[in-house]
Design a protein around this ligand. Structure first.
Ligand code: ADP
Ligand code: MG
Length: 253
């Protein structure tokens, strides 16, 4: 079976006036359809660079990135990107923010508008459709940003520390919320995080990167009993701390 995403021997360096910064070195991994993969690693090790390469915003120095067996190109509509900041426009309503991606891709027809309405109501934002982002909590805004991304029906979701701007308690709740939505829709997702417990609580597999230039230091498969279906439930399982400690050990060495 062709993996949803295959990253092959990827290298990338930034070139600036000050010289060259090697960000990533010989990264290879696969992500299968429906898999939720977390990538952890020290700050500055190249995690955001990796996502920018995967979605085609940056071009690799060498190596290949294949989505469904085909090379990715910039502006690939099969990939959805969600960032730390929700990037909602303050002057637009939640509905019109959620439609923004469709508008840019010139797909904002009646069936798609209906789909946005359905997503807003499925995820508890229907009564905020006409509200401005400033009227919503941080968690609700992240949910609106996710709906904007999901409306485009991406095959692959890239999440770059989407919860790190939230306070700890909100972060736990929003992470639970967002990852339950993503799993419910059986999306393939890559979550970048520097929070080890967040990685263990959401992922099927964790890829651990070294310090810059980022190389793969190890990978860890995570499995919890069926009934521990959400991140908050996983945190209460006895396996949780064993996974956390193992991950900590790999990162520390
Ligand atoms: P992370 O997301 O893991 O914190 P990044 O991928 O943002 O790391 O950055 C990896 C390295 O590349 C860092 O050392 C950073 O300083 C450097 N870097 C990132 N963006 C640029 C850029 N536009 N120009 C030059 N160097 C950059
Ligand atoms: Mg980053």
């Amino acid at each position: 079976m062709i993996p949803k995403l295959e990253v092959k021997d990827l290298c990338y360096s930034y070139h600036t006036m000050e010289g060259e910064t090697q960000a990533l070195s010989h990264i290879s991994f696969k992500v299968h359809a429906g898999e939720f993969v977390a990538v952890v690693g020290p700050s500055g090790c190249g995690k955001s660079t990796l996502l920018s390469l995967i979605c085609g915003l940056l071009k690799p120095d060498s190596g290949q990135i294949l989505l469904d067996g085909k090379n990715v190109t910039g502006g690939d509509t099969r990939i959805g990107y969600m960032l730390q900041k929700d990037h909602l426009f303050q002057w637009r309503t939640i509905f019109s923010n959620a439609c923004l991606g469709l508008e840019i891709q010139k797909k904002l027809d009646e069936p798609h508008k209906k789909k946005v309405e359905e997503l807003l109501s499925a995820y508890g934002l229907q009564s905020f459709a006409d509200a401005k982002p400033s009227e919503l909590s941080g968690g609700m805004r992240q949910r609106a940003a996710l709906i904007r991304t999901l409306a485009l029906e991406p095959d692959l979701l890239l999440l770059d520390e989407p919860f790190s701007a939230l306070d700890y308690q909100t972060r736990l709740a929003v992470c639970d919320d967002i990852s339950t939505i993503i799993r419910g829709r059986k999306k393939t997702a890559i979550l970048i995080t520097h929070d080890l417990s967040e990685a263990v609580s959401v992922a099927d597999r964790i890829i651990i990167l070294t310090r810059r230039p980022g190389r793969i230091k190890g990978t860890m498969s995570i499995s919890f009993p069926e009934e521990a279906g959400s991140p908050l439930k996983r945190r209460n399982c006895p396996e949780f701390s064993a996974y956390f400690n193992e991950l900590w050990k790999i990162l520390k060495n």
